[in-house]
Design a protein around this ligand. Structure first.
Ligand SMILES: C[S@@+](CC[C@H](N)C(=O)[O-])C[C@H]1O[C@@H](n2cnc3c(N)ncnc32)[C@H](O)[C@@H]1O
Length: 372
């Protein structure tokens, strides 16, 4: 791989992250699940990719998410959210708010539509990102800051709209290898100064039950997510009345575990280069997996949430009025119009985010939902 070289400071940081993971492997008898490796590389306090100070989002970072691409993403989302808030009359709870861009665009648009939520709560695991989110509001909309509050964990009870853009893909996944008529778990060992893959027969338990429900073919390696469905079940528990909007890239199960995708969907992002080696520079790169949306909608069903909508991002944004918002800018004003038109193209194009990204809306409104 020829990727941009990190600074000596960044290399030293990555070395500390690797040492920390190596110690954890040692403490646990020489082997950890890939899910635990991913959790440590991304979220180990003060060390992990999301917990420490890397730039992450935008041009100077490693990847670009929809809210960073265009303010029209958040402004468009605000429209269905506005209708939901009128119906449910509650707050907004955003999970993993990144730079804070989506929160800012949604809150501003809701203010202009006169449907501001009581509160905009952000569940943010990273202290560094919280500070960046607060600074963004301070800089662009200090008048909205008193509506925003930060949480360390899900509240016991919530009514209103839960929002999560590209959160499910950042949740740790286990790796399964279906081969020789058995199911093996791919985990990580530390040998001769480096991380290596080591497989173990998957013992009985939740993971094996989930993997047994898939069996995509012989010599097939892929991810099995327990954390993302668990998050959906938690949302089902705390949501009294309201909706949860999850936006992410992924597929329904038959497409996710397609015979041709027999090495899975793990993807790493480092300075706008995508590759598939999660052991590269731990702590300096993002590690993600596509979302198995069948696991999400199955979890929703068991948690008393109705799948109100599951569609492609392009259709969702068009139905929610993104082209109307763009149409409010005159094409004569090329300096404003052209960048926005380009951004909308990236959000909608099937070759970019329009098809791969899906929007799932889960609802609980007391009429049809069974309490779990
Ligand atoms: C790829 S970033 C997306 C950030 C932002 N939503 C955006 O669209 O730019 C993934 C985010 O998910 C957060 N995250 C991961 N697991 C989470 C969890 N269990 N609860 C809340 N946030 C989580 C990470 O801390 C990170 O901020």
């Amino acid at each position: 791989m020829s990727l941009p070289p990190p600074s000596s400071e960044a290399l030293a940081h990555s070395h500390r992250v690797a040492q920390h993971i190596a110690r954890e492997i040692d403490t646990r008898g020489g082997w950890i699940s890939f899910a635990y490796f991913m959790e440590l590389a991304l979220y180990a306090p003060g060390l992990g990719y999301y917990s420490a100070g890397a730039a992450k989002f935008g041009g100077a970072g490693d990847f670009v998410t929809a809210p960073e691409i265009s303010p029209l993403f958040g402004r468009t989302l605000a429209r269905p959210i506005s209708a939901m808030l009128e119906r449910y009359n509650g707050d907004i709870l955003e999970l993993g708010a990144g730079s804070g861009r989506l929160a800012l665009d949604v809150l501003r648009e809701l203010a202009s539509l006169n449907t501001s939520p009581g509160r905009y709560q952000i569940l943010e695991l990273s202290a560094d990102l919280r500070e960046r989110q607060r600074a963004l509001f301070q800089q662009h909309a200090p008048e909205l800051l008193d509506r925003v509050s930060w949480l360390d964990e899900l509240p016991d009870s919530f009514s209103g709209v839960v929002l999560a853009n590209e959160v499910l893909d950042a949740m740790p996944v286990h790796l399964a290898h279906w081969r020789d008529g058995e199911i093996w778990e791919r985990g990580v060992a530390f040998e001769n100064g480096g991380f290596v893959w080591r497989e173990r027969l998957m013992p009985d338990g939740e993971l094996r039950t989930a993997a047994k429900g898939i069996v995509p073919g012989e010599d097939y390696i892929s991810e099995v997510s327990l954390a993302a469905p668990a998050l959906i079940r938690s949302i089902g528990k705390i949501l009294k009345v309201g909706a949860a909007i999850f936006i992410d890239y992924g597929f329904r199960r038959e497409e996710f575990y397609h015979p041709q995708r027999n090495r899975g969907t793990l993807m790493c992002h480092y300075r706008h280069h995508a590759h598939d080696d999660p052991f590269y520079l731990p702590g300096l790169q993002d590690i993600t997996a596509h979302v198995d949306f069948t696991a999400i909608t199955d979890a929703a069903a068991t948690a008393g949430l109705e799948v109100a909508l599951m569609t492609r991002q392009a259709k969702f944004l068009i139905d929610s009025g993104i082209t109307d918002l763009l149409g409010q800018v005159s094409p004569q004003d090329a300096a404003t119009y052209l960048p926005l038109a380009n951004q909308v193209q990236r959000l909608l194009s099937p070759a970019e985010m329009g098809e791969l990204f899906k929007v799932v809306v889960l609802e609980k409104d007391g009429n049809f939902a069974n309490d779990p």
